[in-house]
Every structure is written in structure tokens, then in C-alpha cells.
Design a protein. Sequence first.
Length: 590
Amino acid sequence: MRQIPSVVVAVFIVSLIESLFVLPAHLTGKQETSGIWHTLSKPRVWFSKHMYRFINQTYQPTLRMLITHRYLTVAVGVAMLILSVGVVAGGHIPFSFMPSIDSEIVTAQATLPYGVPIETTREVLQRLHETAQATIEDHGGDTIVRGIYAQIGSAMPNFGPNQSSSGPSGGHLVGMQIFLVPSDQRDISGVGFSKAWRETIGVIPGLESLAFKAETGPSGGAAIDIQLTHRSRTTLEAAAVELAKTFSHYQGVTDIDDGVSRGKPQLSFRIRPETQSLGLNATGLAQQVRGAFYGVEALRQQRGRDEVKVMVRLPEEARRTSHTVEEMILLTEQGGEIALAEAAEIDSGYAYTQIKRRDGRRIVAVTADVDKQVTNANTVISEVMQNELPALQQKYPGLVYSLEGEQASQQESLAALKIGFLLALLLIYGLLAIPFRSYVQPIIVMFCIPFGIIGAIAGHILLGYGLSIISAFGIVALAGVVVNDSLVLIVTANRIRDTESATVMEAVIQGAMRRFRPIVLTSLTTFFGLAPMIFETSMQARFIIPMAISLGFGILFGTVIILTIVPAVYLILEDLSHLFSRKPVLADAV
């Protein structure tokens, strides 16, 4: 995001230089009086005539009525602000960390149990390919697809919470990517295609997880990522499985992964006491088992510059089945023989392929994705934290959870944004207090800042966008823009009071009327400058559109507030000033 404020600051610096040094020279230049200039000025004259008529006949009586009932006017404005905040707090307009951008690449990633035969993995790949082809045929055929890519052995590139292809590898991982044509050449979106593909696949028995991805853009991780920790591994895994099941009860929650993996199958040997009396210990047993399956070096032969090892081991057919272990014969130190099944206790189980820890404690991450057209990750997380997690902690004492992934990134970003916003407000207040030589009047100028949020929220609702951290960036930027119009109004009102000896009410009315035209034109030109970005239809622009909406619609509504409520606040503070500065009646008599 650094590029946006960098460009804005550079443009403002150039604009400041132009307004202070270049514009005065233009204003003092001779006015052209030729016929062509007279013709070109007719629209300006017509516009000025009708705007002044509107100011005198409509705006002035309306403003006079509003400031006469100024307390009611401010109360209505505050009520609208509370209502707008309530719409967001109540979840009526969804809030997500980052706006999602529909991708032209739809990815499916399947994870099978570790150690499955490669034939099983190929069967899953065949199922993915057949269902993908069926989905393509149902939505336009080959005209919507540029190609299909599949791989076995590792996760697909740019897939997963970390947006990276690094991670576990093996024959239990299989993925497929469908490369769609540009969005303007097809009737189905990438998200819509992934939904149809998921429905066509249905349930594949034996999978540990199956996840789809059809959106791109910055991401802080999985939409839902709750990390559980407990001293007992058994308790931790049971709690993770139960939590994952609760997510399945929420509509719109997809690609649920309980984070519990059986791992790779393994055989554990525990040597019997009677075997040790024969001189066979655990080390000797392990060496003979390893030699049978991996091999024992019999000799080395030199062939030119290369050295060739000759390994002796069991035939391939014997090494492909675990039944060989039970029938295997071991040699003792005395030269005797004993069956492995008699020499040791053989237990079959699973070994973890990876163990995740945080601060020295073992964790299991329960992750899921959400269909943003059905629900919102923040809403689901809020309900789970309120209802499910307390019950889970009561059932499993000692269970601790933390929000990670996108939720953790969201909390961190909002906390940093809050601090930056407060610092920005403090700097704006300081810059206004110095020229005003007042601690109160900067508050009047800044009073329009929170009301700009109403326009930002209304713009998102009107255009069908949800709020995101990008929208919040636009609201912060809005704070530095809307004060400009409020500033010129207050400065004009103060100048009228000082130079024309007018009453406070008349000074405010005349100041608002005189600055009506520049305030409106400034706001409209800013909005129309943002309009191409706001109404851009390409998918690549959806990432930045929420910021433009916050700025554009926030400025429009902020203008209404500046021209109506700010004059009322000016007079209310004047009333309070007279109230607290009034001397007691007894002192006047003395």
C-alpha cells in the first residue's frame, strides 16, 4: 500500500507549489475578451447564475432553519452516525480482512493419508480430472478453458495459507489447476466454477482434506485458523476433531481441515526378555531388519573412476508386503535362528510426519475457508468464540486456543491502523490549532471527520461491496480530505465576524453561502476524479475499489455535513462559550 500515499504526497507537494507560485500569476494575467473566449465563457456564466440562485433561494433558508434548530440538527446527524456504525457492528454489512479478487486459475488440492500406494493417488487424480471436464462441459466447454495442469508429489504452487509451494511432499499429495480464459470471455466466475467443481466431485472416500482456491490477492492466511494446544496429545486431537465438526454446521464454511493426520504407518518392535538371553539385543534386531529391506553392502568394485556397491537384500516381491516381517528369521550370536515374531513384540501404528509447536507447546491448527456470498469469516469466528469454544474448554480442561491466519493479521493491522489514525488526528488538530489560536475551533473543523464514515458505509452498501481493511485505509485518508472544506467555511465565518461586525448567526450563514460554490466544486471534482476507479469493472481493480468508495462517497456525504451540521456546531459551541463565561448576577450588582 506504500505506493498509494507516496504518489498522493508527491502530487500534493506539486499542487501546493503550483497554487502558491503559478496560480497567482495566472489570476493576475489579462483576461481574454475575444469572441471565442466570450462564447466559451457562456457555460460558466449559466452555471454561476443558477448556482447563485440555488444558494440564495434554497440553501440560505434551509440553512437558517437548520441552525435555528441547531441542537435537533446535530442530534439527527449523530443518530445517523450511530445507525451507520450499528449496521457494521451488527454484521449487516460484512467485514473481511482483504477484498477477494476472482482468479483465472482454479486450484484443487487433495491430501491422502501418508504412505498410500501411488495407484490410489492416481485414482484420485483421475477423479479430479473427470469431474473437471464434466464441469467445463456444463459451463461452456473448451471455450472457457486455456489448459489443465496436474501434479503428484507436492502442493500446488501458490496454494495454502502461506501462499507458498514449500511444505511436505510425497505421493499422498495431488493437485490440479484449471486455467480459465479472461473473465470477459466467459459467463462463469472462478469462484462459481470452483463451487460447481466441488459439487460435481462430491465426497471422495479416504481423503484427509480437499480444498479449492479460486481467489487471488494479498492474504494473511486461512480465513478461519484456530490453533489449539493441550498437554495431552490425545485430548488435543479429540478437541480438534470436535471443533472441526462444529464448523460443518455453519452454512458457507468449506474446506474444513481438523489438522489431525494419522501420519505414516510404522511397525514398532519391543524385544522380548528371553530373546536377550540368546545374545540378540535391540541394536542387532534393528540392523538385521534394515539389512533385509534396505540391504547390506557385500562388496565394492572399482570400474574406472566409479566405485560400485553390491547390496544384498530380500527380493522386491518380499519387500512390498509387511507379512514378510512376521515370517522373517533372525540370527543370534551363537549362530542359532529365531523368528522375528517370537523375538519381539510387533505393534503396528503411525508416526507423525510433522509436529507443530508454538512457544514449546504442541499445537493443532483447525482451518477452514468461507463462501463470502453465504457468510463471513468474522461472523463465524464470533459465534464459535461465543458458543462453541467455551463449551469445548469446559469439556477438555486445560485446552487453550488462539486465532491465527487471517484473523491474527486482521487484528494486527487494525491495531496499527488505529494508532496511525489517532496520530493523524492529533497532527491535524495541531496544524489547525496554531493558525486558529484556539483549542475549540479545530474541533469544529474536525467534526465532519466521523460523519464522512456514513457516506463511506452507504457507498459500500449502494455498490454491493463489503468493508475491508482497504476500506479502512480510505476512511483514514478521508480524514485529511474532508477537513479542507470545513476549514475554509470556518475561516470565512471568522473573517466576517472580525471585519463586518456581523452577528454570529449571520457570520455563519454568510460564510456558508460564500464558500458554498468552492466547497461543492471541490467535493464534486474529487468524486468525479475517483469515479473511474469506483465504477471500474475489471477484476484486477477490485482490490483498490473499496478505498476509492470510502473516499468518494465519504467526501460527498461529508460535504452535506459541512454545509449543514458544521454551522450548527459552530453556534452550539458559541452558546456554550457564552454560558460558561457569563458572570454571576451578584457580581454585576456590586
